[in-house]
Design a protein around this ligand. Sequence first.
Ligand SMILES: Nc1nc2c(c(=O)[nH]1)N[C@H]1C(S)=C(S)[C@@H](COP(=O)(O)O)O[C@H]1N2
Ligand SMILES: [Mo]
Length: 342
Amino acid sequence: MSVTRAIPKPNFETSARALASSLTSNPSFFVRTHFDVPAIDLGKWHLVIRDQASRSVFYSYDDLTKMRQKTVTATLECAGNGRTGFSAIPQDEVPWGAGAVGTARWSGVTLRDLIPKTEANENANRVLVEGEDSGPVSGHAQPVRYARVLPMEEAVRPQVLLALKMNSDPLPVEHGFPARLIVPGWYGMASVKWVRSISVISGPTLETHFNTRKYVYLSEGASKPVRETRVKSLVTSPRRGGRVRVGQRVAVRGKAWSGDGRIVRVEVKVEGKKTDAHVAQRMGRYAWAEWILDWRPRNVGEAEISVKATDSSGNIQPEKPFENQYQYGFNAVRPVKVRVLE
Ligand SMILES: Nc1nc2c(c(=O)[nH]1)N[C@H]1C(S)=C(S)[C@@H](COP(=O)(O)O)O[C@H]1N2
Ligand SMILES: [Mo]
């Protein structure tokens, strides 16, 4: 895998079946790319780190693998996940169902270990992370590079990684080989893939297309950056449209996650009755929690299951989604219908 080839713009969801697993396997993990996957020649590849005085330090892939490695289990969700639940889908935005989410064990070097502690960086408040990929964006004459600015207080959180591995394997090409950022707790856009450079900066001057034009909640003239993943849940069993038998025990299962804290409650409404599910967040603060509830269907016909999760900061899934120009951050309760047979 030392030389990888370009792949034209892959975008796909994690399947309903794969969403049922605790960890999402690499081949099943959803892919979101704005441009073609860049070709990488690992022999020539290096990561550039720049301080505020524009002094550069270069790391080869080998150098990075020899540094202290850390593993974080984190759920990654695209800010557009569930967009089909909004009233309308804006043109040019991906019509994601519920599968633009997955959970993996990410291993690599902490970003904090890579940021040089030089005098020139003392008052720096932000980090610019640039990817290898670029492509056409309407309104721009030149190709636009995928890049993001991250506030320094986020960049130095001990869970923020420049990941080299995904579930113990080298990153697959479409997930950012050889190195990608992982910002646990934030929507996926912050986790820049195919990282080529990291620059320490300060002041409000430098912004990127993907910080100010996209990945902002635009509503009623106001603009707010998309950041932490909103509290949300998913039913993985029974499946949407699935069949169950009246009077026979069914294990209703799913996931719940939030970038703002642990999951403290999952309320499940089924056949009109509300019950708290049993919740286990075994994989840590940044990974989805798994919940389960026993249900004995009482009535033949169609039954509705709806789930409402609460996080430790007191955020609760809303009944109605917060509509915004690009329709990011869908986290409203979305009932799942199943058939109850005799
Ligand atoms: N370089 C680069 N990084 C990127 C993107 C991209 O298009 N280019 N897409 C972002 C978005 S919007 C998401 S949701 C995640 C998706 O990560 P995955 O494809 O590994 O699931 O990558 C982020 N990092
Ligand atoms: Mo995304």
